[in-house]
Ligand binder design. Structure first.
Ligand code: FAD
Ligand code: A2P
Length: 276
């Protein structure tokens, strides 16, 4: 009887492309980050995204695009995620625990890579919400600081709590003895952080577009205005944000580039919104 039972019981199925969750951290009611094991064969360029997900009820996986938030040298992969309460994936993904499995298709792609930009002096990362994820990868990649003298991270959210993932990451980088060793004692001056809120009081306020167009961010950071000779930029936010930032950068004379044609800035959507 024992043997027959064992024979009838199907073997535990491991998901194809399964990776194991190693850590989860909740930042707000609608934001969390998590880390998973990295497939040995996965090579990616910092800033790229992959498809990740969970098995659906009908056995078909529910997959969504996610920027890899960890740098390419990291043994594990990190992701920074929204929680959409009725979202097919994140209504469930938000409940993952260490030891659980997720699906990860090991085919990284994306435009927010250093190779898609011409060489320059200063690199601007312009993000709203979870759009900071690709820059969480690029800020932790020493190659970024080898290519650029200065990096400016502008991140805007509605409320102060939504900035905390990025804030903690930048603080840890500034205090990272390894980076100081590689990039010099003045690493804090090489990575300028400009977090702002728009719907809650905080030390610096306002939309990225407004703070650039008015010149406030240049004044606050003691930087010259953006020029096509010196400045490069990467944009990652909602479609409306991307469109408006693009117009501001074009106003400074910068042109959009791509992997196949490096220029002064590149753009990627942080998510696909309703009605788009
Ligand atoms: P969906 O049905 O996919 O989305 C439902 C609605 O929620 C959308 O119509 C939109 O209005 C809203 N929404 C979805 N994602 C977001 C978001 N990130 N921020 C604000 N509103 C959102 N999401 C991440 O959380 N982290 C990432 O690093 C990330 N990288 C992406 C990279 C690319 C290139 C693209 C195209 C999308 C990325 N997304 C990212 C969005 C992600 O693919 C999913 O949309 C998200 O995980 C929600 O999935 P869902 O099935 O729960 O809901
Ligand atoms: P605001 O509060 O003034 O709309 P959202 O949650 O709507 O995606 O917005 C995230 C952040 O991006 C908010 O701080 C929001 O500012 C800002 N934002 C939204 N749309 C734009 C845009 N078109 N240009 C600049 N900033 C934007």
């Amino acid at each position: 009887l024992h043997v027959a039972e064992a024979a009838e019981k199907p073997a535990k199925k491991t998901l194809p492309d399964a990776q194991t969750v190693t850590a989860v951290r909740h930042w707000t009611d609608s934001l969390f980050s998590f880390r998973v094991t990295r497939p040995a064969s996965l090579r990616f360029r910092s800033g790229e995204f992959v498809m990740i997900g969970l098995p659906g009820d009908n056995g078909k996986p529910i997959l969504r695009a996610y920027s890899i938030a960890s740098p390419n040298w990291d043994d594990e992969l990190e992701f920074y995620s929204i929680k959409v309460q009725d979202g097919p994936l994140t209504s469930r993904l938000q409940h993952i625990q260490p030891g659980d499995e997720i699906i990860l298709r090991p085919k990284p792609v994306g435009t927010l890579v250093l190779d898609a930009l011409l060489p320059g002096k200063r690199l601007w990362f312009l993000a709203t919400g979870t759009g900071i994820a690709p820059f969480a990868s690029l800020m932790r990649d020493p190659d970024t600081f080898e290519r650029y003298e200065q990096v400016v991270m502008m991140h805007t959210c509605r409320t102060a709590a939504e900035l905390n993932y990025g804030r903690e990451l930048v603080e840890n980088l500034k205090n990272d003895p390894l980076l100081s060793e590689i990039h010099g004692e003045d690493f804090a001056k090489r990575l300028l952080y400009y977090p702002t809120t728009t719907r809650e009081e905080s030390p610096i306020m306002g939309r990225i577009t407004d703070n650039m167009a008015s010149g406030k961010v240049f004044q606050d950071l003691g930087l010259p205005p953006i020029t096509p000779e010196n400045d490069r930029a990467m944009i990652c936010g909602s479609l409306a944000f991307n469109v408006d930032v693009k117009a501001v950068l074009e106003g400074f004379g910068l042109r959009e580039g791509a992997n196949s044609e490096p220029r002064e800035f590149v753009v990627e959507k942080a998510f696909v919104g309703e009605g788009i």
